[in-house]
Write a protein that binds this ligand. Structure first.
Ligand SMILES: *Cc1c(COP(=O)(O)O)cnc(C)c1O
Length: 379
């Protein structure tokens, strides 16, 4: 972890918000900002992305979060959104035209794929490959965007970010990556040549399972375009109260990620050693070429991982999950609490995986709980 990042999370860009010395900046719960004269108003409106005019556009607390996220990703600018999906939707809406093609790499976030399915009604096509497939062979003359998730958030697939950025640049294709798993602390895709980084702030960055938000980081030019089109016109603005919760999460993000890293590695190794576990999906266990990508792209590991038990029927998966006491059953991840979920359905559809969001509890309690689940499989 870069030592600058802790400073950015905690102190950067805050001195100008010094209200009576308040350590926590006030929440500007206002929809409108007023002006002393028409000249000031008009000049502000000409650059609305950076001025406080109306809170669907920008608000001081939102602005603070945006500056911190841009700095953490080493990007020029950031736009925050009401959710991660708000960020994905605004990006696709701002950049795509009828006739364009989107190439997805790895299992990108499900609702993002469903959104691309909807865009087929407007003449946009998409298809998907894995990070280990031949990327050049999968491009079309109309490919406008390469949309990557690495590591992906169900089976933790990886992709070679440098190679993808190089291939895309040579053909004027835009690259966007969902960096939610790694957070800006463990992976900085702009430094590998990517154009846009997307985050769901609802996961590790918010960090307390009490807020939904999203963000896109990139060049000032790209973010200006996303602001004018996808943000202003679709209207998924991050609310001031929610920005304050995201800011609170950022303060401790480096500490929490260090602990998620430690607990995640312990759980991955523990599961890999079990006879009834067939395969564990966590980048710390990657082998072959993906292991080289981990070494050059990731400076740490998150606590989200998945695994496949032997004879992975729905009823065996249910026996494991229902025996757990510490891990609660629920979607999403990134808070202090350990969660478990499976995409498999009673009719046998869906991937037969168990996904764990390893939380910040004591590692011995976490391992003892997983032992309970494994014992249930042997009875
Ligand atoms: C949760 C998630 C999203 C969507 O974010 P929301 O804030 O829930 O809209 C996008 N990508 C990944 C990898 C996610 O986990």
């Amino acid at each position: 972890m870069d030592s600058r990042d802790r400073y950015i999370c905690q102190h950067a860009f805050e001195d100008d918000a010094g209200h009576h010395g308040a350590v926590t900046p006030p929440v500007y719960q206002t929809s409108i900002f007023t002006f002393p004269d028409l000249e000031t108003f008009s000049r502000s409106q000409m650059k609305e992305r950076e001025h406080y005019i109306y809170s669907r556009g920008l608000n001081p607390g939102v602005h603070l979060v945006e500056r911190k996220l841009a700095a953490l990703e080493r990007g020029e600018a950031c736009k925050a959104f009401a959710s991660g999906m708000g960020a994905v939707a605004a990006t696709l809406f701002s950049l795509l035209r009828q006739g364009d093609h989107v190439l997805r790499i790895n299992q990108t976030y499900g609702p993002g794929v469903e959104l691309l399915d909807q865009l087929e009604h407007y003449g946009v096509k998409h298809d998907g490959i894995s990070g280990t497939d031949d990327i050049e062979a999968s491009l079309q003359p109309s490919t406008r965007i390469i949309y990557v998730e690495s590591p992906s958030s169900l089976s933790m697939e990886l992709a070679d970010l440098d190679a993808i950025a190089r291939i895309a640049k040579a053909r004027n294709i835009l690259t966007m990556i969902d960096n939610t798993w790694a957070t800006p602390l463990f992976q900085k895709p702009l430094q590998h040549g990517f154009d846009l980084v997307i985050h769901s702030l609802s996961k590790y960055i918010g960090g307390h399972s009490d807020v939904v938000g999203g963000a896109v980081i990139g060049s000032a030019e790209m973010i200006d375009r996303l602001f004018a089109i996808g943000h202003q016109l679709l209207g998924a603005a991050l609310a001031p109260q929610n920005a304050a919760l995201v800011l609170r999460g950022l303060r401790t993000l480096p500490l929490r990620m260090s602990e998620h890293h430690r607990n995640g590695l312990r759980v991955a190794r523990f599961l890999a050693d079990q006879a009834c576990v067939e395969e564990v999906f966590h980048p710390s266990l990657a082998q072959g070429q993906p292991a080289e990508w981990v070494a050059k792209q990731l400076s740490g590991h998150a606590g989200l991982l998945s695994f496949r038990i032997n004879q992975p029927t729905y009823s065996r998966i249910a026996s494991f999950i229902d025996a757990l006491q510490l891990f609660r059953i629920g979607v999403s991840w990134g808070g202090y609490e350990s969660l478990v979920v499976s995409p498999m359905r009673p009719n046998g559809s869906g991937q037969p995986l168990i996904r764990l969001a390893v939380g910040l509890e004591d590692i011995d309690d976490i391992l003892a709980d997983l032992d309970r689940g494994l014992n249930a499989l042997n009875h």
